[in-house]
Write a protein that binds this ligand. Structure first.
Ligand code: XIL
Length: 380
């Protein structure tokens, strides 16, 4: 990745907001002209000062989501977490509880209790759910990673896991991240237990079995550093093209969107999403956050706002980009500090639930975006 100058980031943010202004002045949303296609929920322009993110996003047709952790939802000392999770977002992803180490901690013994708790929260708040994630190289249980398996055995383990988990929530999950992070930065396949034991065929099998278990769920390949056009996203594109030509049900690409203010924002993201759309695929921003090396400065805050804006505007501009999800909405419950030493401040709200320039930038972009029909298949 390329180091960036703060100046270019700020300039890019300016260009983007000007561009969206040109497409959709706020007044045009309030009074659509004859012949304009307007989504049913778009009759009232949301009030920028008071509306929640889900209210601001509704008229665009795009869903606005967050990752949710189970524990803070019931923290008696922090009612704000559950309150914001419920009120600001119309789409939720379980941050951890649908991963393999939680759902199948011993072979054939499924533990869906935490995922059920998460599903109940979503249902109570009329939120759509993204399932995350069926196949990954991380957060796998020891019985699986430490076992010695033949190709046939591992395929059967994979099949049973996918069928059990997708089947459990059949008809309740809008989209599944079937496969997570299967490529290296240079576009070669990542060396995982799946690739080593089964070979690249595991990918087609995973999508096929997930589709059989819930034919209506939108099936995603999901990865980081594939926001823009680069060798890794080229490889994902080539894989998707090949699989789709063979009739494999890979229907969407998830760009995670883990950015850093140390690096350039992905300015080629619109072009990247457009090429997947041309293949007939949906896309989504699935795990947006923009971290910084601490301490923060005004320039870094501005650069963070630019990072979120570039991703959100790119998604808004591509009609097949169906949702925008942040990976945690508060720095209080956020994965960055635990993984990137000395970094943080990645979420839209800080650790005391104060908003940031990034929060305001996102809100403004949503308010200014054109009205649109609901994106993607209808949520269950
Ligand atoms: C992270 C969670 O946020 C952490 O709580 C957990 O300890 C590790 O996983 N890409 C993904 C997510 O697809 O599942 C990861 O979530 C972040 C990177």
């Amino acid at each position: 990745m390329i180091r960036k100058s703060g100046l270019s980031a700020v300039a890019a943010a300016g260009v983007l907001s000007t561009c969206l202004f040109a497409i959709a002045p706020l007044s045009a949303q309030a009074a659509p002209t004859a012949g304009t296609v307007v989504a049913p929920q778009a009759t009232k322009a949301p009030d920028l000062a008071t509306a929640t993110l889900r209210q601001l996003a509704a008229h665009t047709g795009m869903k606005f989501g967050t990752a949710v952790a189970n524990e803070p939802l019931v923290d008696p000392d922090d009612p704000t977490y559950a309150q914001l999770a419920a009120s600001q977002f119309d789409l939720v992803t379980a941050e951890n509880v649908m991963k393999w180490d939680t759902t199948e901690p011993s072979q054939g013994q499924f533990n869906f209790a935490p995922a059920d708790t998460f599903m109940a929260f979503a249902a109570a708040n009329k939120q759509t759910v993204r399932g995350h994630t069926l196949l990954w190289h991380n957060q796998l249980p020891a019985w699986l990673t430490e076992g010695t398996w033949t190709k046939a055995q591992l395929l059967e383990i994979m099949r049973q896991h996918i069928v059990a988990e997708v089947g459990r929530y059949k008809g309740k999950i809008w989209a599944w991240d079937v496969l997570n992070e299967a490529f290296n930065e240079d576009g070669t396949y990542r060396d995982t237990i799946w690739l080593r034991v089964i070979g690249p065929d595991y990918i087609a099998k995973a999508f096929t079995w997930a589709h059989e278990a819930d034919p209506k769920a939108i099936l995603f390949y999901n990865d980081y550093n594939i926001e823009g056009v680069n060798p890794k996203s080229d490889a994902v594109y080539a894989m998707a093209k090949t699989l789709r030509a063979k009739g494999v049900p890979i229907q969407a690409v998830g760009v995670q969107g883990h950015l850093s203010t140390e690096y350039d924002a992905p300015d080629s993201m619109p072009a990247n999403l457009a090429r997947f759309a041309k293949l007939g695929m949906y896309s989504a921003v699935t795990e947006a956050d923009v971290r910084s090396v601490l301490p923060m400065t005004p320039a870094k805050r501005q650069s963070q706002a630019n990072g979120y804006s570039v991703m959100l505007a790119s998604c808004l501009l591509e009609k097949k980009c169906i949702s925008f999800t942040v990976w945690g909405f508060t720095d209080k419950v956020q994965w960055v500090p635990g993984v990137f030493e000395g970094e943080g401040y990645a979420a839209l709200w800080d650790d005391t639930y104060q908003t940031k320039p990034a929060t305001e930038a996102v809100r403004r972009l949503l308010a200014l975006a054109p009205n649109g029909k609901p994106r993607g298949p209808k949520a269950p």
